[in-house]
Design a protein around this ligand. Structure first.
Ligand code: RIB
Length: 313
């Protein structure tokens, strides 16, 4: 991708959810009722989270998504508007918007259930049309919370206009070959990598083999250990560590990584710096509760960007 002057434009084709987060001392056993410590309702969905992270860093962001005609849909639109995210390609259908009940334990680890609702109503035609309406898009990003064929239609349109395609295969599911052929960068987390490849992300050989098999640029996020990147020639793995932090809530950290990585890539930072920016934003986000509410803001964003831009990469 060429060096970009001015803010890059990123199109996110993906999900929005309302996150219903319960903070607990431990998760309940079957048949057990527990008293939780705290509850937080917030804005989530992997697509929306990645859009918000890229926007917070300064990208022009176009969200492509489908919402229900409920209050959650209205709230989600207001949330996007508050961030200055373009919602001209957010569609609405009768019924419920996506929701995600989430349990978070004291070590920051989470368990998430998604109920897709309207997220599954976005069509391939809508997705492709929305991408075509954004001819200056530097990158088009997708996840697995909307049907794969819809993401494939968006990626096909992205390819036609020379945009880089980035797929975060989350939550893990078998990859359709049609979508894979249209994917430039594949970014699973460690669990998703194991599910998709059958190998361990601890093994450089497994990472290289999977990158070669999928013919994609592969970045695997490794939680507190940062991320591993397979080189373009499929001959080298670089492991870039994450800044050490005390986690409070890891929900959305992977999305902070993807949103920041895509921003970095689309703004011409270079892939190594883009991964480091992803690591920095993800680590920062786990120090605060919630999903989008945990992402770094204004001054912290400036600080993180200055650190990445200032160090030799
Ligand atoms: O990655 C975290 C996200 O997963 C949450 O916001 C939740 O909505 C689910 O999509």
């Amino acid at each position: 991708m060429a060096t970009h002057h001015g803010p890059p434009t990123v199109v996110v084709v993906g999900s929005t959810n309302i996150d219903l987060v319960a903070y607990l001392s431990r998760v309940p056993r079957s048949g057990e009722t527990l008293v939780g410590r705290r509850f937080q309702m917030g804005f989530g969905g992997k697509g929306a989270n990645q859009a918000v992270m890229a926007r917070l860093l300064g990208a022009e962001v176009v969200m492509v998504n489908c919402l229900g005609d409920d209050t959650y849909g209205d709230m989600t639109l207001d949330n996007f508007a508050g961030f200055g995210i373009d919602t001209a390609n957010v569609y609405r259908v009768p019924g419920a918007s996506g929701v995600a009940p989430i349990w978070v334990e004291p070590d920051g680890s989470n368990r998430i259930i998604i109920i897709p609702g309207a997220n599954h109503e976005l069509t391939g035609d809508q997705a492709a049309r929305s991408v075509r309406r954004t001819p200056d898009a530097g990158a088009v990003v997708g996840q697995f919370e909307i049907p794969q064929e819809v993401t494939a239609a968006a990626f096909a349109a992205a390819r036609e206009q020379g945009a880089t395609t980035v797929l975060n295969p989350a939550p893990a599911a078998a990859l359709s070959s049609g979508l894979l052929e249209l994917t430039d960068w594949l970014i699973p987390n460690e669990v998703e990598f194991e599910t998709l490849s059958g190998g361990s992300p601890d093994s450089d050989r497994a990472l290289v083999a999977f990158a070669e098999e999928t013919a994609t640029r592969l970045v695997v996020t490794l939680g507190e250990d940062g991320a591993a990147v397979v080189s373009a020639g499929f001959d080298r793995v670089e492991r870039l560590p994450s800044p050490g932090v005390d986690p409070v809530d890891t929900t959305g950290a992977g999305d902070a990584f993807v949103g920041a990585f895509v921003f970095g890539l689309a703004s011409g930072l270079g892939e190594r710096a883009a991964v480091r920016l992803g690591n920095a934003c993800a680590a920062d986000s786990v120090t605060r509760p919630g999903t989008q509410s945990s992402f770094p803001r204004s001054e912290r964003i400036e600080q993180l960007l200055a650190e990445i831009r200032g160090s030799s990469v």
